[in-house]
Design a protein around this ligand. Structure first.
Ligand SMILES: O[C@H]1[C@H](O)[C@@H](O)[C@H](O)[C@@H](O)[C@@H]1O
Ligand SMILES: [Fe+2]
Ligand SMILES: [Fe+2]
Length: 298
């Protein structure tokens, strides 16, 4: 039996190895841009300072209400309820009634956004699994039709709850109204978490990413990268701004790379040409059949 001191030293070495490799790789990953990224004028997107009141009010409410208590309750509710049973295309059609209040960049319907994302990936020759991930990535917004409290617990960028709210989140001042921001534990650097504990062990603000990840992880044959794309695609303070590095482990580096490859298709396809869902349906139905059962529990 190694002594406690030796075990501590080993644990410390492992943590510092993880930190070293996070540090070595992160610069490379955070700075990568894809071909698709390069062809778009980025100044047209995510201009939150100039956004309309609809968007600003949305985030004011979300940042006030996403507390640790709420997040625990949302996860318990998720596990204890049955919502619906249907296929992927039917879910896309059902989602179409939602107009996302958090989005300053598109007025198009959700089905069009999903198809635009997938089509942009298809044009760039991305693999089947990634195209289908693009196709489904926002289906978690169905939560809104399944009894969410509003849009604030469904859409918008995500962030970590249970530790200090990062100033890399858009409209950071609005967290002053969140009771967790004056809680001595929840407002500290690490809060309820351990250094480099890994993002799978932290609570991201509840919404469409987290919900869909939990729905699909056991009901699809999507690879790990695809599930990371779904789970973290709204986590802009992390994947775009480089926040929360003190909570990352090595697995998250791989996930970061996947999310960074996904993001430009989600964001910049919003300015692409309109698509015709009826025309595209046969192609995507055969992709859906490769990765999902005919019906899923939502
Ligand atoms: O407003 C958008 C929302 O429409 C997206 O679905 C989400 O992923 C983004 O992070 C958010 O900023
Ligand atoms: Fe999204
Ligand atoms: Fe999206």
């Amino acid at each position: 039996m190694p002594s406690i001191a030796a075990q501590d030293a080993k644990a410390f070495d492992e943590t510092s190895d993880a930190i070293d490799s996070v540090n070595a790789l992160k610069g490379q990953i955070w700075n990568t841009a894809s071909e698709f990224d390069a062809s778009k004028d980025k100044t047209q997107f995510r201009q939150y300072e100039d956004a309309c009141d609809r968007v600003k009010n949305f985030y004011k409410e979300q940042h006030e209400k996403q507390t640790v208590d709420f997040n625990i309750k949302a996860r318990v509710d998720f596990k204890s309820k049955k919502r619906a049973r249907m296929g992927v295309w039917q879910a896309m059609e059902m989602l179409n009634t939602l107009v996302d209040e958090s989005d300053p960049d598109t007025e198009l319907s959700q089905i069009e956004h999903l198809l635009q994302t997938a089509e942009a990936m298809r044009r760039d020759g991305k693999p089947d699994w990634m195209q289908v991930t693009g196709l489904v990535h926002d289906l978690g917004k169905l939560l809104f039709l399944f009894g969410s409290e509003g849009q604030w617990d469904v859409v918008g960028d995500t962030f970590v709850v249970g530790c200090k709210f990062s100033d890399k989140i858009i409209y950071p001042d609005t967290f002053a109204a969140n009771p967790d921001s004056v809680d001595p534990v929840y407002s500290s650097e690490y809060g309820i978490y351990q250094p480099h504990c890994g993002l799978e062990n932290v609570m991201l603000s509840w919404g469409h990413d987290e919900y869909l990840y939990h729905v699909l992880k056991d009901q699809s044959t999507l690879p790990e990268e695809a599930l990371a794309m779904i789970r973290y695609h709204s986590f802009y303070p992390w994947h775009r701004e480089g926040a929360y590095q003190h909570l990352m482990n090595e697995k998250d580096l791989k996930h970061l790379e996947a999310v960074k490859a996904f993001n430009p298709y989600d964001l910049y396809s919003k300015s692409d040409e309109r698509v015709d869902p009826a025309k595209l349906r046969p192609y995507y139905e055969q992709l859906i059949a490769k990765f999902f059962p005919a019906e899923l529990d939502w």
